[in-house]
Design a protein around this ligand. Sequence first.
Ligand code: ZN
Length: 160
Amino acid sequence: MTSGLDDLYQDVVMDHGGNPRNMNKVDGAQRSAHGFNPFCGDIVDLEIRIDGDSIADVGFTGKGCAISRASASLMTEAVMEHSTDEAKAMFEAFRYMITGQGDGSIGTEETGDGSDLLGDLEALGGVADYPTRIKCAMLGWRTLMAALNKEDSAETVTTE
Ligand code: ZN
C-alpha cells in the first residue's frame, strides 16, 4: 500500500536525511546565518564562501529532523558552485513547490515552471501535503537566503 508518507520519505530524502552532504564548517567562510525552527526544534547553522558572484563552498551544522537535514543537504548540493542569483532562483522554485507561493519569478517564460532548477530537490515535493513539515523543509533555504542577503555578518532567521 502506498501512502503519502511513503511519498514524503522517498529514498533520496531518507538518504540525505540519514547521511547529510556538506555537513561541515566552511574554511574561509565570509557569510553565515543561524536558522531555527521552533515548531520542530530544527537548527541549521550555515556557512558560505563566496568567490566573485558564485558560491564556492557551502556547508551546514546543527541538528534536526530528517526532513530538515535532508532539505539542507540537498540545498547545499544544489547551490554549490552556482551563482548567488541562481541560488535565489532555486529558492523561489523550491518555495513555490513546497508552499505554492513565490515572488512571481517562477512560471515565467524565462524560468519555466522552475522544475528544471530543482533536480533532486523535487524529492521533497511531497512535503507540501504536510503543513507541519513545510517549515522543516524551508529552514535550510531560509537560512541560506539570510546569509546571502546580509554581507559580512551573521544573521539569524527563524521560521516563525
Ligand atoms: Zn523538523
